[in-house]
Design a protein around this ligand. Structure first.
Ligand code: HEM
Length: 304
């Protein structure tokens, strides 16, 4: 059941980051007429909303079984009613399913444009924020718990901005997905994202430190390597540093190189290098989501 919980968490984190972050990217980054001409947004958001709703239901069933200590309880109506009606976890799952179903309805009905992008991103944000109540984010009572939950919500949204933008850029740079890319608009979007990128990184570090304060603790830093949780968090931080390096190379080297190549009318090589780097960064981001999917079901260092 734990494996099912972890896989369902990963699917939901990825779908939530896409549903929040890619329409947002079409609002601040790749905007206007070129964005309206893109062939993939509706399918991508429809699939993300469906994965989010299904993943949340699987999480509910699997977590109910884990709470009851027996697999059969996953389908026990009374048990499910208690989890949904009497736990913060259950309430958060309900909010997430409602946001996902609404997003799916909008994606199927509302014409492409800033209205649809704003609504999809807003509902994606609600779904992402709900994770603070289905993991370690809201574990403490009182004011400390409120600070931790608020920091975790900001952490999730910052992660969604970064990973959602990477997903959009990977699709924009893919000749299969975007057969006729508007390269000047893509370059402009990369430059705008770089501007927002620094804010996102600062927010992730600050809120990550708050998370670490509660889940590792200032006096337990040197005990991290005694526990699986500690090792996984360290691996996550190493991946984060790697992503920072790739992001810096995109910003200060590959994006200016694309601009120069566009001016020469020969974007081929610069585009291929950028495509490779963005894909690697996105895969590292997916690996980070994989790690936090496991971290959320392990006992944190501070509790051991
Ligand atoms: C690419 C950068 C990062 C991404 C995409 C990311 C993403 C996430 C996500 C999705 C969660 C799960 C939240 C939840 O289940 O409520 C999380 C939790 C966490 N993050 Fe990050 N994060 C990043 C960087 C950082 C950094 C720089 C730090 C530390 C300074 C950090 C520390 C933590 C901690 C301690 C948790 C709690 C894990 C748990 O559930 O027990 N993260 N992160």
């Amino acid at each position: 059941m734990d494996i099912l919980v972890v896989v369902a968490r990963l699917a939901q984190f990825a779908a939530g980051a896409i549903l929040f972050g890619t329409p947002l990217f079409l609002i601040y980054g790749y905007r206007g007429a070129p964005a309206l001409a893109l062939p993939w947004p509706r399918r991508l958001w429809g699939a993300s909303a469906a994965v989010l709703a299904l993943g949340a239901l699987v999480s509910l069933l699997a977590q109910t079984a884990v709470m009851a200590g027996e697999p059969a309880a996953a389908f026990d109506r009374e048990m499910l009613a208690i989890v949904v009606g009497e736990t913060a976890f259950g309430a958060a799952i309900l909010v997430r399913v409602a946001a996902a179903v609404l997003a799916l309805a909008f994606v199927l009905r509302v014409p492409a444009g800033r209205g649809l992008w704003g609504m999809s991103s807003g509902l994606g944000a609600v779904a992402l924020a709900s994770f603070a109540w289905t993991g370690h984010g809201a574990a403490e009572p009182g004011p400390a718990g409120a600070i931790h939950a608020a920091a975790d919500v900001l952490h999730l949204l910052a992660a969604g901005v970064w990973l959602g933008a990477l997903m959009a850029l990977a699709l924009l740079l893919s000749t299969r997905r975007t057969p006729e890319p508007d390269l000047p608009a893509t370059h402009a979007a990369l430059a705008r994202f770089s501007g927002i990128g620094s804010l996102v990184v600062a927010a992730l570090i600050l809120t990550g430190l708050v998370n670490s304060w509660f889940l590792v603790g200032p006096t337990r830093i040197f005990a991290m390597t005694d526990f699986a949780y500690g090792w996984l968090l360290l691996i996550k931080l190493a991946l984060f540093v790697g992503m920072l390096g790739m992001a810096a190379s995109n910003r200060f080297h590959l994006t200016p190189a694309l601009n120069a190549a566009l001016a020469r009318g020969q974007p081929g090589l610069a585009l291929a290098e950028l495509r490779r780097s963005i894909t690697m960064e996105a895969l590292a981001g997916l690996a980070v989501l994989g790690l936090v999917s496991v971290l959320g079901v392990l006992a944190p260092v501070s509790a051991q």
